[in-house]
Design a protein around this ligand. Sequence first.
Ligand code: FES
Length: 281
Amino acid sequence: MYKIQKAEKLADKIYLMDVEAPRVARHCQPGQFIIVKMDEKGERIPLTICDFDREKGIVTIVFQTVGASTEKMAHLKAGDAFEDFVGPLGCPSELIGEDIEELKKKKLVFVAGGVGTAPVYPQVKWLHEHGIDADVIVGAKNKDLLILEKEMEAVAGNLYITTDDGSYVRKGMGTDVLKDLVNNQGKKYDRCIAIGPLIMMKFVCLLTKELGIPTIVSMNPIMVDGTGMCGACRLQVGDEIKFACVDGPEFDGHLVDFDQAMKRQQMYKTEEGRAMLKLQE
Ligand code: FES
């Protein structure tokens, strides 16, 4: 069993948990994910790793309630435990494998949307620990849905916050901030890493294509079982078919067919849709 050390509500429908999982904590890297199961009959839920403490053997997960299982998970408290906590799974962020000295010469910008701020955080933290301060744009629907602001502030080179409704800092989307930084403030970026809802990543990619900034996206949002079995995360990347949970979750955002991914995500929300997709495979 994997004991929950801390359970905290970060925002409406968004929860953080520190889980005792020493083996996962020892081996995981930013960008990877884990699969939790609440009990023997529970659904397998893939969740990205938000933080980890190798010494204490703690892995921090952040999740948004999207259905019955995550809803049930939100009721777990400190002292409760998961039946299963499997990982680390998926490939680490491509930044992790790169030459640090080369990375130091690059200007990086992250665009995080909503709960996508959670998987962005360990990457920015890792860079910071290696002497690289990236610019980070965090977008949320409103002030109440903004998460990990203080944590991000501590590790980002510059943190730019924006809210869709203007209830905090500035009004607009992450793409508006990026456009402003590049077009009006003379910022130049060698790479962009965007993580958030599919629609957000799609628009970041359209913009960065225009601006000529290579862009990595994380296709976590389309995963269902995280095992390569359900087919939910099947994805067109250029002329190749990939599975986000096995081949990713990171991909070249300029090659991802977001419209197709969004259609599949919609289909997977219903039983009938899932059955239809199975027939097509
Ligand atoms: Fe099911 Fe990838 S999430 S196959």
